[in-house]
Design a binder for this molecule. Structure first.
Ligand SMILES: CCCCCCCCCCCCCCCC(=O)SCCNC(=O)CCNC(=O)[C@H](O)C(C)(C)COP(=O)(O)OP(=O)(O)OC[C@H]1O[C@@H](n2cnc3c(N)ncnc32)[C@H](O)[C@@H]1OP(=O)(O)O
Length: 164
């Protein structure tokens, strides 16, 4: 059986971030995230750019981009400590519109761990000035190696029920 640690080490990296399934073929994160690694305080740091493909209002990011980026950044915290988690909850504060095509910075870190639950925090700022644009708190559950198989089995049961 593949251990969580082995799984983390096998997941491809693009621009310093572990890639989700749909970004592996393109070799980079479609959200415009590049990883800068963990600093001495254990804070994960990222470079971010929201391209026009995620434009919502004129010149600004769709809120889904901001939420997705915060999900990814907070979800990377455990990964950078070689633990695999999935998002259990995420609370996002949209403090200022996020400009497209502007260099942004992201930071995320662990606040506390309760059993299998990582309580993580993160924020997105304007690189030029450090102005805070958005922040999030979230709970991330350490997942079993069989998480996706368990999902498939659960879905098959649901589809079976629907067909009855
Ligand atoms: C996305 C990862 C990419 C990895 C590749 C690397 C990429 C590199 C990028 C890194 C960065 C990523 C960052 C993004 C991270 C996300 O976005 S992950 C995707 C979004 N999140 C999800 O899909 C999670 C969906 N939710 C769940 O699977 C479950 O609710 C949770 C969160 C595992 C439950 O956690 P929990 O409460 O600690 O666990 P537990 O009490 O055991 O389970 C609660 C219930 O869930 C059920 N459950 C638990 N697991 C399952 C399962 N697998 N199937 C079916 N039911 C389940 C339990 O049976 C239980 O059911 P009930 O008894 O309530 O009926």
């Amino acid at each position: 059986m593949i251990t969580p640690r082995e799984h983390v080490e096998r997941t491809p990296i693009g621009d310093g971030v572990r890639l989700c399934a749909s970004c592996i073929p393109r070799g980079r994160c479609r959200l415009g995230i590049s990883g800068l690694g963990l600093d001495a305080e254990g804070v994960a740091r990222f470079r971010l750019v929201c391209d026009a493909g995620h434009e919502g209002g004129p010149g600004v990011a769709h809120g889904g981009w901001t939420a997705s980026v915060l999900d990814e950044m907070l979800g990377s915290v455990a990964l950078l400590h070689k633990r695999l988690t999935v998002t259990k909850s995420l609370t996002v504060e949209f403090l200022r519109p996020v400009p497209i095509d502007q260099p942004l910075l992201g930071r995320s870190w662990n606040d506390r761990i309760e059993g299998r639950h990582w309580h993580n925090v993160g924020e997105v700022t304007l690189a030029a000035t450090g102005a805070l644009l958005g922040r999030a708190t979230g709970v991330f559950s350490e997942r079993d190696p069989d998480h996706f198989q368990r999902h498939k089995d659960w879905l098959a049961t649901q589809i079976g029920k629907a067909a009855d």
